[in-house]
Design a protein around this ligand. Sequence first.
Ligand SMILES: Nc1ncnc2c1ncn2[C@@H]1O[C@H](COP(=O)(O)OP(=O)(O)OP(=O)(O)O)[C@@H](O)[C@H]1O
Length: 332
Amino acid sequence: MSAAPFLKASGVTKIFQGKHGTGVRYVDLEIKPKQITAIIGESGSGKSTLLRILYGLLSPQEGEVTFKGERIIGPEEKLIPGHDKMKMVTQDTNDLNPHASIWDNIASLLPNTDLVAKQKLTAQAVKQMNLMHLSEKNVTLLSGGEKQRVAIARALVKKPEVLFLDEPFNQVDTSFREGLQEDIRRVVKEEGLTVVIVSHDPTEVLSMADELVVLRNGELVETGHPVEVYNQPKNFYTAGLLANCNVVSSEQAKLLNIRTNYSKVVIYPQWIKVVNSFTPKKWEVTDTLFKGAFEEVFLTQGDVTLKMLNFELDKYPVGKKLNIQLTRYLVY
Ligand SMILES: Nc1ncnc2c1ncn2[C@@H]1O[C@H](COP(=O)(O)OP(=O)(O)OP(=O)(O)O)[C@@H](O)[C@H]1O
């Protein structure tokens, strides 16, 4: 007999009363163990609602969530909501004790029945979140990013099987984000932890996640490995979410020698290449935006403007005329 799925949502529906009947609708989803699943979608698409249902903080009106074959019990049936083998960390770090050190903030979650184990587990969580040099510091002296690390260490010290992260990087400076993402990935690898993360910025989880789950208006629209979902999104919505893409109509696409019966053509900026050819140069550089390592070059022909990436800065000044070729495009 095959083992029960690790964490599974079947037909999960939770509609909040309101003008638009928002929430999540008929979500079928299997979270695979020992990897990172990222739930993405535009604001209000139901990401946090789905996360709260998976954890047992909210009960679905229809459908159910099972963890290793057992139904997750909602807040109506459980005194302390949330599954015992799971932990959730949000961007809110207010539950840290401002009068205690980092070490004590983490250790205080463990019982005093086995002090040796308490010491060992606390040291491990401190190390996992790279807080060794700060462990005696008072929490009030920490930056937003460091507080977030403490919040995650407090979850890890209880050795959960699943860690839910709701927008964990919101308070974290961009420069610290990558370090924190790397540390979370390392814990997943070393400990076999399962992480489900919600992010409003899909580009931030592209490198971190093993699986993407895309929500739109409370419905699951697609799932898959980030590389696959990014390169071949099934939906126009997903393409817009993941890539800062160019969208042209099928009529406008004729300027690019594309003939299609689909209504929209999507072109990622990196799929546009400048070519040397003897045909008249029809695309004019109308703007450039400096982005550090590269620039965005805006090319215009008639009523169509396309954004292209350029890594050789200043090569294409405003007013220059070019010929371009597409390496790929998508149609919807
Ligand atoms: N407790 C609630 N009562 C009423 N409506 C709610 C409640 N919680 C969420 N909603 C509504 O359900 C929809 C989905 O909310 P949710 O917070 O899950 O979206 P989200 O994708 O996480 O959004 P964001 O990225 O902005 O946090 C929203 O329209 C929200 O206003």
